[in-house]
Design a protein around this ligand. Structure first.
Ligand SMILES: *[C@@H]1O[C@H](CO)[C@@H](O)[C@H](O)[C@H]1NC(C)=O
Ligand SMILES: *[C@@H]1O[C@H](CO)[C@@H](O)[C@H](O)[C@H]1NC(C)=O
Ligand SMILES: *[C@@H]1O[C@H](CO)[C@@H](O)[C@H](O)[C@H]1NC(C)=O
Ligand SMILES: *[C@@H]1O[C@H](CO)[C@@H](O)[C@H](O)[C@H]1NC(C)=O
Ligand SMILES: *[C@@H]1O[C@H](CO)[C@@H](O)[C@H](O)[C@H]1NC(C)=O
Ligand SMILES: *[C@@H]1O[C@H](CO)[C@@H](O)[C@H](O)[C@H]1NC(C)=O
Length: 561
């Protein structure tokens, strides 16, 4: 998903697009370079590999590339060995890439699929670029070709999500045979190519019918319907699935949906929304929806353990959004603010699932607006986690902000100011500059999770960078990905139980905050062409060379130019 620092977004209503888009792109949006169709990925790919080998280095590009590398390295004072290889990671560590249903599939009104909340949201014209996921990357029709592309790339695992409204159009009840067929075919194709299957059950795209029926995640009724949906997925697909993530980044997703109203169902109350609020309550609803999410997750986890674990031997976890928070200064109040940020961001989801209750500081600051778990619920949720999934993009600086006495929302309950770099003004008090890439922050998140929550297995489920111009010559993305991968290795060597890394995204997608204005793909997609042709970026070739461990491949010293 295209996640963001929503506090920034809420404060900068006029810039309601992916924050990463602002961070990493200094240039204005330009038209995409004209894309050329790939009909036979295998052939084109090998030709591309060949052309790289013989390519001459453009002087300026190479210089810029090295400057970027240098700037990354001066930030990472502990690194001594700049190179690493696939074989430096454990054999059973998996490298993959991801997509999600609404962002990838398109075919929104085909073969019996009913609208999800994203269809309603985009059709109401709520995206900055007025775009929709009606066609997106057209994955519903092109998945065979895409799996081939994954195979050629050497992807070891693929992370995708199931569209609940495609599989069970009424939200509960009858299964749509066409939906079942699509996911069975996709999974078979992956398995036939030796690619591990990692599925997210809910990637923010609730069937609209459940929003209409009882308010979706705001109602405890969601627990039963989500469990029934998961039961069908486990029953039908579980024999071929390695890993199940129940819900994708509820911590930031629910804030976006119920506090600042930039994701469907776009509920909020003044003054917290990105637009004038008509329906909702920013002070209470994010907490209620999170509470129901945790109960639904736990219910699905115990269902899997009781009914499927013995046969299917998969794992069940949840993901959350995880920026690293540095204290702005070393004053006691700022150190506490940085800890409070971690408790609100990670602890909101992880404390209940690991310890059985919300963090103390949340109970204190949110008070009676924070739902509480009954003793039975607490016992059910405690320990309902085989792994932690994290989506990680950057680090932020955090300092103390006195707790306001009036009406508060999630952000003011957290009582912090955040900024993208030490020298930026706090969010909402001036234009942010570009946030520097901070690969060390990923290592710090991983080590923090190990230290705080026991050494649970961790999958990095999303990491990547957006570009506005969609250039195929994305050396900046290579520098970004490789530096984050290397810091994952540092964490591994320090004993963190990290088991996998998934780049976001396998290809360009409909991005949830920016529509088609920012591109995250290893492969480009030409959205102006109705056939949605894919094309390998330099980063796809680099990732492929890394995965296949070609002679001379070493992530940071890789010399394709
Ligand atoms: C695209 O943007 C990146 C910065 O994100 C820049 O380095 C690159 O030169 C741009 N490429 C083109 C073709 O404009
Ligand atoms: C959502 O979209 C469906 C299909 O277009 C429509 O019937 C329904 O009224 C919409 N619901 C809301 C709450 O906008
Ligand atoms: C969905 O619900 C409607 C109304 O309750 C019903 O008529 C229809 O048969 C249901 N469809 C499926 C596929 O269950
Ligand atoms: C939100 O809910 C709280 C607690 O029920 C209530 O006090 C407050 O008035 C509500 N706010 C709005 C805008 O409805
Ligand atoms: C705070 O202390 C740490 C550890 O001693 C140090 O690395 C860091 O630079 C200090 N930060 C500031 C802003 O002084
Ligand atoms: C709590 O769990 C116990 C034992 O599993 C059960 O007997 C009891 O009915 C449950 N209480 C509630 C309120 O659900």
């Amino acid at each position: 998903m295209c996640s963001t620092v929503l506090t920034f977004v809420a404060a900068h209503v006029h810039m309601m697009f992916d924050f990463r888009y602002m961070l990493f792109n200094m240039v204005a949006f330009q038209d995409l370079v004209a894309a050329v169709e790939i009909n036979i990925p295998d052939k084109v790919f090998s030709e591309a590999q060949e052309s790289i080998r013989h390519r001459k280095a453009p002087e300026m590009g190479a210089a810029a590339f090295f400057c970027l590398l240098i700037s990354l390295w001066v930030q990472d004072a502990t690194a001594t060995n700049l190179g690493f290889r696939r074989s430096d990671f454990p054999h059973d560590f998996v490298f993959g890439a991801g997509t999600s249903a609404y962002q990838y599939e398109g075919a929104v009104a085909e073969d019996g699929r009913s609208p999800s909340c994203w269809d309603n949201f985009t059709h109401a014209g709520k995206m900055v670029d007025k775009s929709t996921g009606d066609v997106a990357a057209d994955g519903y029709h092109k998945y065979m070709e895409d799996v081939k592309l994954m195979s050629v790339t050497g992807l070891e695992a693929y992370r995708f999500s199931i569209s609940w409204s495609r599989l069970i159009p009424n939200g509960s009840g009858a299964v749509n045979p066409k939906g079942l067929e699509y996911y069975n075919n996709l999974i078979d194709e992956l398995v036939n190519h030796g690619i591990q299957v990692h599925i997210t059950l809910h990637h923010l795209d609730l069937p609209q019918i459940l929003e209409d029926k009882y308010g979706g995640w705001l109602s405890p009724r969601i627990v039963e319907d989500f469990t029934a949906y998961a039961d069908i997925c486990f029953r039908e697909f579980g024999d071929r699935v390695t890993s199940w993530t129940t819900v994708n980044e509820p911590n930031i997703g629910l804030m976006a949906s119920y506090d600042v109203a930039i994701f469907p169902p776009a509920r909020c109350s003044d003054p917290f929304g990105a637009t004038k609020c008509t329906l909702g309550n920013s002070s209470t609803e994010p907490y209620i929806a999170a509470h129901n999410t945790l109960l639904a997750h736990a219910s699905v986890f115990s269902l899997y353990k009781e009914k499927y674990q013995a046969m299917q031997k998969g794992v069940v976890g949840i993901s959350f959004y995880s920026y690293w928070s540095y204290p702005l200064t070393n004053s006691t109040v700022d150190l506490e603010a940085a800890q409070r940020c971690k408790d609100f961001l990670f602890g909101w989801i992880l404390d209940p699932l690991v310890f059985g209750d919300y963090p103390e500081v949340m109970k204190k600051n949110v008070g009676s607006r924070l739902p509480s778990f009954t003793k039975n619920q607490s016992e059910l949720i405690k320990g309902s986690l085989d792994f932690i999934g994290i989506n990680h993009y950057y680090s932020l600086y955090v300092n103390d902000r006195p707790l306001e006495t009036g009406v508060r929302d999630y952000n003011t309950d957290m009582s912090i100011y955040i900024r993208g770099s030490r020298t930026d003004p706090p969010a909402g008090q001036g234009a942010p500059s570009n946030i520097p890439s901070d690969p060390k922050g990923l290592q710090l998140v991983l080590e923090y999770l190990k230290g705080t929550y026991g050494n649970l297995p961790i999958y990095i489920q999303e990491n990547g960078m957006g570009s506005a111009n969609g250039s195929l010559d994305d050396t900046d993305r290579i520098a970004y990905l490789s530096s984050y991968m290397e810091n994952t290795l540092h964490a591994l060597r320090n004993g963190v139980n990290v088991r996998g890394y998934f780049a976001w995204a396998f290809m360009d997608l409909f991005e949830l905050l920016s529509g088609y204005q920012s591109r995250y793909g290893l492969y480009s997609v030409d959205f102006a062409d109705e056939r949605r042709p894919r094309r390998a970026r330099l980063s796809a070739r680099w990732y492929s060379a890394f995965l296949k461990e070609k002679a001379g491949t070493s992530a940071l010293l890789w010399d394709a130019r």
